[in-house]
Write a protein that binds this ligand. Structure first.
Ligand SMILES: [Zn+2]
Length: 343
């Protein structure tokens, strides 16, 4: 009997020594499979990246003092190279396993639950998808191969039919709206700049389509840099409260109702006003927070008389003005403490 999906066993010898036939082998840190697939290599890079994420999270909660920019620097220097090791050989069929590692890391350092989407966390941190980064490296490598014809590269490129790797990259470039032939007429640095810009533009477009209107309202810049407040609110408890308010996932009756199945129109605040406990209500009108509001919020909005309540919330939760967001972050933390104490 012969199973179709089982590799055929051969007897190999070299100088009289029997060679073992294996399904996969690791060479220079890359796992090669007998069927030319990439799943085994992806699992290996995912495992090593997970270990680094655990170590960074531990540092973040101890000596890192909950400072997100430091954790992001470590992540970019250590975890991303691990996730993308050997990616130049070609993309994976599915990047979900690697995207989950990035999302899990962001969720841990921001201290958010599932109610905040992965795309929102990436925008806050100024990170792009692992898949986009992977394509950037693959196309850079493709450019170097074509623009620096040394060694066996000319023979490789003249193979007929064309190597599958070249076909895959050409298709991706076409999907990005870039003509491979025209790209190769440029010098390496210009060609790389164009590819990087196109991938960033597409990432931003896709993000914009997925983000909530609330988050788009508090976002002051539309680029892929981390939110300004992350570097300026140094106390992690204040920064955490501000993130939760900005991402519309502030602990409240509104949020709790999403999990307990309470209808939206019945998620009332405990203050007895009969209003839903939204972030707008907490920041602007809830009588439970009147005292901290007088010191921390009213001085910021007293001259904004022409703005609607919705516009005031966006103004208060934006990351433009350091003094503003530090005050709002402190207010949010006090409001959270009160909510938590009365649960
Ligand atoms: Zn209230």
């Amino acid at each position: 009997m012969c199973f179709k999906n089982k590799p055929r066993i051969f007897t190999w010898t070299l100088d009289g020594h029997k060679l073992e036939q294996v399904n996969q082998i690791k060479y220079l840190g890359v796992v090669f499979q007998q069927n030319a697939g990439r799943a085994a290599h992806m699992r290996m890079v995912a495992d090593s990246a997970k270990c680094s994420v655990v170590a960074i999270n531990r540092f973040f909660r101890t000596r890192g003092a909950g400072f997100i920019p430091a954790a992001l620097k470590l992540y970019s220097a250590k975890v991303i190279p691990q996730l993308l090791y050997g990616i130049q050989l070609g993309p994976y069929a599915n990047f979900d396993m690697l995207e989950r590692i990035q999302s899990g890391f962001l969720r841990a350092i921001f201290g958010t639950t599932r109610c905040t989407s992965n795309v929102t966390l990436r925008m806050e941190a100024g990170l792009i998808k692992i898949e986009s980064r992977a394509w950037l490296l693959i196309i850079y490598f493709w450019l170097r191969v074509h623009l620096r014809l040394v060694g066996l590269i000319p023979q490789f490129l003249s193979l007929n039919p064309q190597p599958q790797w070249c076909t895959v990259v050409s298709k991706k470039l076409a999907a990005l709206g870039i003509d491979p032939e025209q790209l190769l007429e440029l010098d390496l640095s210009n060609a790389k700049r164009i590819v990087k810009q196109r991938l960033a533009d597409i990432e931003l477009q896709n993000n914009q389509a997925s983000l909530t209107e609330f988050y788009k309202g508090v976002r002051t810049r539309w680029d892929l840099s981390p939110a300004n407040y992350l570097s300026h609110i140094t106390l992690s408890k204040f920064r955490w409260a501000f993130t939760r308010a900005r991402t519309n996932s502030f602990p409240s009756a509104l949020l709790a109702g999403r999990y307990s199945g309470v209808p939206l129109e019945e998620r009332y605040c405990r203050c007895g006003s009969g209003e839903i406990e939204s972030i707008e209500h907490i920041l602007l009108s809830c009588k439970l927070h009147r005292q901290p509001r007088e010191h921390l919020i009213l001085p910021l909005v007293c001259k904004q008389t022409d703005r609607s309540a919705e516009q005031l919330v966006k103004y208060l939760l934006s990351d433009k003005n350091v003094l503003n967001f530090n005050s709002v972050a402190k207010f949010c933390y006090i409001a959270f403490k009160m909510y938590n104490e009365n649960l």
